[in-house]
Design a protein around this ligand. Sequence first.
Ligand code: F6R
Length: 254
Amino acid sequence: MFLVFPDSTAIAAHLSARLQDIIRQDPQATLGLATGGTMEPIYARFVQDVRANGLDVSKINSFNLDEYVGLSGQHEQSYAHYMQQHLFSQLPFEAAHLHLPNGLTTELEQHCQEYSAAIAACGGVALQLLGVGTNGHIGFNEPGTPFDSGTHVVALSERTRIDNSRFFDSMDEVPASAITMGIADILSAREIALVVTGEHKARTMLNYQEGGVTPELPFTALKQHANAHILLDEAAASLLDPSLCHRPLISQAA
Ligand code: F6R
C-alpha cells in the first residue's frame, strides 16, 4: 500500500509528527537520517515543530546513511555540511550523539565495520528516513548491492553521479565513491519511511510496483520489511495502480 499525500509539505507535516511521537516515547531514540532534496522540507518542518512544541532533542542519537569519500565535513557538498545546514545547527542536539560516516578516514574497511556496530550499540534505529534515486538506490546502495550488506564503500554509478552533478560545479568534481550504510543496516530499523516526491520518480515507483524483490532495484528490499511505509506526493504516485494508493486524512497538528 502506498500512502499518497497532496504534496511534499503534507508529507513533511506527517513525518515531523511521527518523529516527535518517537522522541516523546523515547527521548534517547536513535534516528536514521538521509540527505537529498526530498528530505529538506521534512527537516524544515521538524525544526519548526520542535521549536514550537519545546521538545527536548538533546538525548537523541542519529546515524546518517552515507557520505562521499574524499570530502571533509566542511565541504559544501558533503553530507555532514548538509546535515549541519538543514538540521543539526538548528536545534540543541548533542553533537557527540550525531553520527555520519567519515569520508576522510584512511581506514575505510574498519570504519565501515565500526559504523554498523555503533548503530547496533545504540539499540538499533527506531525510524529510518529514506529517499530513493531514480535507479532505485537507497543510501548509496546501487543496483546489484546484496541485501545482506553492512556499511561499505561503493563506487557510484554513472546515473547517480549525473543525478548529483547538479550540486557540483562540474561532473569532474562529483566524487567517484561513497560510504553507505548497507541494506541489512537499513532493514534492521524498526520502522522505515521511504519518501518519494516529484514526477521524475514516477517511473521508478512503477518499477517498484511491478517488479519483484531484486537487488537490481535496491529499494525493493523494503518489500521484505514488516514496517516500511512509502510516502509519495501525487506526482510520484501518478503511474501507480490507484487501488494500491491510500490517501490519509491530512491533519495540520504537529
Ligand atoms: C541521501 C541518500 C540518497 C538519496 C537519493 C534521493 O542520503 O541516501 O539515497 O535519498 O539519492 O535523493 P533526492 O532526495 O535528492 O532525490
